[in-house]
Design a binder for this molecule. Structure first.
Ligand SMILES: Nc1nc2c(ncn2[C@@H]2O[C@H](COP(=O)(O)OP(=O)(O)OP(=O)(O)O)[C@@H](O)[C@H]2O)c(=O)[nH]1
Ligand SMILES: [Zn+2]
Length: 477
């Protein structure tokens, strides 16, 4: 529909005037220009990369014009930051619309009146009383033209990027189905916190959640309520690990595209990038215990704690049948987190050890089998386990068939020769290869593939086999 008018829900009419494109720092948008019956011009920025059919409803932002916030960068309100965050959210989703609604300046009272209201707020009034003492409505905005623009775009169902329930009600009254209100991730500032507090207490705006979604997940619960797009992504990625309950065995490895976790000298620094490190720390925060082989501790002197995000450190479990980790290594000297040192009958351990280290001596080789170790940990109340490295340890747990999920992150690097990641006796035919339902997460330059072995059971059981090597080569931490 072009250069046509439409009437909907009564008086207001809009006309589509022009179509062009707008390159921005959030990529290129299609731009449509509209004029309403009172001669006010509005624009819609449209992103439509994703398939419309079965996906979630498109993200839509009705952005009320605010010269001071949008163009001048004022911190009296949060409009400028919301405008930016909305375009970013739409760009990240690949699909959505931002309608920049003109005539909404000052919640519909116009620029000069808004500035007068500011002057009254400088003298101590809040944003509501300032409008009323000017003899003006608290909020005079009309959303009919926005609903009509959405209809013109063929959009009847949306996810609304807003904290304002009045916008949702106004759109619903115009027949637009609002599937959810999605929060924009804009933090309060000292300069606008009073204004935002008034919007929440006197104008029914959504309050920000008490905790960020991650803190709730790290606490072992699923967050509820309106989430920011970034928080929604966290819940989708890590929610299933919470839902798994008290028994969960996951593993992770970061490797080069050709499957190495370190160079041939054992250099494992920064195979994968910063976002994969953050992901690894999130996994640590979601388990009771993190398991590593002695070689990884020996090579990397890893800390195995949660540092990149908030969360509780898991118990560190070192599989070390021959007692070969150095006695000065971090897991034995850093008293901030408990360490469980699993050694064999013959292994020698120091007379005195820091009180955070518990040595457990296994009497038989079978005790070091993955299933036996997991059974032992579960009895200690450590039912949620992350097997973190290195390649041999993760491979042993994998081929023992005890992993519920494996997170394998590949970095765009070709190492050529080095310390291998996953290795186990393969089969002659590809049909015998291990597979499972997967999900993929882009982590900056890297791609993380999550194998959901739990979902594949019992269709493709992995045969438990005796490990032919207990020692660990190297890992990446
Ligand atoms: N009258 C008046 N208008 C203001 C004031 N501060 C910001 N505005 C205007 O308020 C409009 C933005 O509305 P907000 O209440 O900040 O937010 P909202 O659009 O209702 O809700 P969100 O969708 O969550 O952003 C813009 O047009 C601003 O010009 C103020 O103190 N007084
Ligand atoms: Zn503003």
């Amino acid at each position: 529909m072009s250069l046509e008018s439409q009437t909907l829900g009564g008086a207001t009419q809009i006309t589509r005037m022009v179509s062009t494109r707008l390159p921005t720092r959030h990529g290129e948008f299609k731009l449509l220009g509209y004029r309403d019956v009172s001669g006010v011009d509005h624009v819609a920025l449209i992103r439509e990369e994703g398939a419309a059919a079965n996906g979630p409803a498109p993200l839509v932002r009705l952005h009320s014009e605010c010269l001071t916030g949008d163009a001048l960068g004022s911190y009296r309100c949060d409009c400028g930051e919301q405008l930016d965050a909305a375009l970013q959210a739409i760009a990240a989703a690949g699909r959505g619309v931002l309608i920049y609604v003109r005539g909404h300046e000052g919640r519909g009272i116009g620029l000069m009146n808004k500035l007068r209201a500011y002057a009254l707020q400088d003298a101590g009034k809040d944003t509501v009383d300032a409008n009323t003492s000017l003899g003006l409505p608290v909020d005079a905005r009309d959303y009919r033209q926005s609903a009509q623009i959405l209809r013109d775009l063929g959009i009847g169902r949306i996810r609304l990027l807003s904290s304002n329930p009045a916008k949702q009600e106004a759109l619903e009254a115009q027949g637009i189905e609002v599937e959810a209100r999605v929060r924009l991730d804009v933090r309060d500032r000292p300069e606008n916190s009073g204004y935002l507090a008034t919007k929440r207490s006197r104008m029914s705006h959504d309050a920000p959640p008490e905790h960020h979604a991650w803190d709730t997940l790290a606490d072992g619960r699923l967050p509820g309520g309106a989430l920011t797009p970034a928080d929604e992504a966290l819940v989708q990625r890590y929610g299933p690990l919470i839902e798994a309950g008290p028994q969960l065995v996951i593993a992770q490895l970061g490797q080069s595209m050709d499957g190495f976790i370190a160079s041939r000298t054992g250099d494992a620094c920064f195979v994968t990038g910063e976002l994969d490190r953050e992901h690894l720390h999130r996994l640590r925060a979601l388990v009771d215990a993190v398991v590593v082989g002695a070689g990884t501790v020996h090579n990397d002197d890893c800390q195995l704690t949660v540092r990149a995000v908030t969360g509780t450190n898991p118990v560190r479990v070192v599989i070390d049948p021959h007692g070969r980790i150095p006695h000065t290594t971090t897991v034995l000297t850093d008293a901030g987190t408990p360490t469980l040192w699993l050694v064999g009958a013959e292994a020698s351990t120091p007379q005195t050890l820091s009180s955070h280290v518990a040595v457990h001596r296994f009497t038989s080789e079978q005790d070091f089998e993955p299933a036996a170790i997991l059974g032992f940990l579960a009895k200690l109340g450590l039912g949620r386990v992350l097997v973190e490295g290195g390649g041999l340890t993760v491979s042993r747990f994998l081929r023992a068939g005890v992993l519920d999920r494996l997170f394998l992150t590949s970095a765009p690097l070709l190492v050529g020769d080095g310390v291998p990641g996953i290795r186990f006796e393969g089969t002659d035919a590809l049909s015998g290869a291990l597979s499972a339902p997967v999900r993929r997460f882009v982590l900056g330059e890297d791609v993380c593939t999550e194998f959901n072995f739990a979902a594949a059971r019992p269709a493709s059981p992995v045969t438990a086999q005796r490990p032919d090597q207990q020692d660990e080569a190297a890992g990446q931490h």
